[in-house]
Design a protein around this ligand. Structure first.
Ligand code: UD1
Ligand code: MG
Length: 473
């Protein structure tokens, strides 16, 4: 098969009225990714990106900006007058641009996001094998209400007579079980030849692409249906509830994929794992964990409950204790985090380092084996290896206008409750006395004390009491 015999159109111009949302439907997310990006990813496995035409309309600039990096083409449907009208716009685009018309056109719906590459390929292959003018992907869900129904000449043969939209079903057709998925393959010229004859004499006053089926049949052309292997992958997302159903289905599929690759996920139905996340074998994910965006976790690690990890890379044998929040962080092998650590963007935790209870890091590099275990704020800092940061010590990185760097050399010991006022450099192997406010650089191997001396007054309490008693008399 020559790849340019096929193009794919993705209908994505609709507003999604039933969502009652300001966001265009195809930019709503399931499994951490916009609906349209899921569909484009599946389409790209069948044809190259520049053979994919996204038909956009409602908030077209916003939709375009969200998916432009994929390299797909765009066709504008300024007014959304139905799925048939969307195809009229595509036809006009080919005619105006003079681009060669592909022999076959696969049509996908921007709101049917679970479609698998194998299924698109199966529609294409059936279409070629059956020499059809139109091939329709169908399914038989438990409740077909709301979908267009595909009527066959005979239940055991592939030939279709018509697609009837829900609102146009006759009483005796209301129970027709086979739904139209909104995914098709057309002989492009046969489709284009029918588009001008569509009308809007229907319940929605729209041009229905689905009407093309009966029009082709009337002309003696072959229209066939192929059933999808799984119902879930052709379900549409027209309401938030439907969207969340698909989200759950996709996340469960992701969890199953990870488990099949040797990851232990306790109570996977409680975890929120985005589609692109990768996890190495023998890693354990406890209940109620969220792994989001482009997160990668190595092998033999453990993520305890209630941790939320976004766009972060974790190595092997890492322990993330309960309730940690990571955003754009890198964590090397053998590190231990939490409980309740907050790693903000550009935190780089070294091999075997510990970042403990209620510690916040931001733009912080923490070297091999260093420890910051209790109640620290470490921002804009480069910390060497084998450093011990005592409880409550913080970097004072912000002077109200600018951020400044704190550098701490290998093996330094920062006493509890110290404040390191940046810019400042603490030399390797030096000691900072507890409770110090450090405003000047500390050379290697030195002890720095930045606090006032303690004064102790023996017997002071008794003396004060005696003075008070004397006053009373
Ligand atoms: C459509 C089908 C229905 C099928 C269902 C499957 C029609 C008339 N009906 O109904 O048979 O069972 O999908 O999910 O096609 N769109 C445009 N431009 C428009 C209108 C829609 O690009 O003018 C896009 C939408 O953004 C959406 C897709 O086409 O991604 C389908 O439109 P939608 O309004 O959701 O159609 P359904 O009512 O779901
Ligand atoms: Mg729909």
């Amino acid at each position: 098969m020559v790849s340019n015999e096929f193009a794919i159109a993705i209908m994505a111009a609709g507003k999604g009225t039933r969502l009652k949302s300001k966001r265009p439907k195809v930019l709503h997310e399931i499994s951490g990714r916009a609906l349209l990006l899921h569909v484009i990813a599946a389409a790209e496995t069948v044809v190259p990106a520049d053979h994919i035409y996204c038909i956009i309309g409602h908030e077209s600039e916003r939709v375009k900006a969200a998916v432009a990096s994929t390299g797909v083409q765009f066709v504008l449907q300024p007014e959304q007058r139905g799925t048939g009208h969307a195809m009229q716009m595509l036809k006009a685009d080919f005619e105006l641009s003079g681009k060669p018309i592909p022999q076959h056109l696969l049509v996908l719906s921007g709101d049917v996001p679970l479609i698998r590459p194998e299924t698109i390929a199966a529609v294409r292959d059936t279409h070629l094998r059956e020499h059809a003018a139109m091939t329709i992907l169908t399914a038989v869900p438990a409740d077909p209400t709301g979908y267009g129904r595909v009527l066959r000449a005979n239940p055991n043969t592939p030939e279709v007579t018509a697609i009837v939209e829900q609102k146009a079903l006759r009483p005796d057709q209301l129970n027709a079980p086979e739904i139209n998925s909104g995914i098709y393959c057309f002989e492009t010229r046969a489709l284009f030849a029918k588009l001008d004859a569509l009308d809007t004499n229907n319940a929605h006053g729209e041009f229905y692409l689905t009407d093309v089926a009966a029009m082709l049949v009337a002309e003696g052309k072959r229209v066939v249906a192929i059933k999808a292997d799984s119902v879930d992958e052709v379900l549409g997302a027209n309401t938030i509830a439907e969207m969340m159903h698909l989200d759950a289905a996709m996340r469960l599929a992701t969890a199953k994929r990870l488990m099949a690759a040797g990851v232990t996920i306790f109570r996977p139905e409680t975890c929120v794992i985005d589609a692109q996340v990768t996890v190495g074998s023998d890693t354990t994910i406890e209940p109620y964990v969220q792994l989001l965006g482009n997160t990668r976790i190595g092998s033999d690690s453990r993520i305890r409950s209630y941790s939320v990890i976004q766009d972060s890379a974790l190595g092997d044998n890492v322990l993330v204790r309960n309730g940690c929040i990571l955003d754009n962080a890198e964590v090397a092998n053998n590190a231990i985090l939490g409980p309740y650590a907050h790693l903000r963007p550009e935190s780089r935790i070294g091999d075997g380092a510990h970042v403990g209870n209620f510690v916040e890091t931001k733009k912080a590099t923490i070297g091999k084996g260093s420890k910051a275990n209790h109640l620290n704020y470490l921002g804009d800092t480069v910390i060497g290896a084998g450093v011990n940061i005592g409880a409550g010590a913080i970097t004072c990185n912000y002077d109200g206008v600018n951020k400044h760097l704190t550098t701490i050399g290998d093996g330094a010991f920062i006493g509890s409750d110290s404040t390191l006022v940046a810019p400042v450099t603490i030399g390797a192997g030096s000691y900072i006395a507890a409770g110090s406010s450090i405003t000047e650089d500390v050379p290697e191997g030195a002890l720095a004390l930045g606090r006032s001396r303690q004064t102790t007054k023996p017997g002071w309490v008794a003396a004060r009491k005696a003075a008070a008693e004397a006053k009373k008399d």
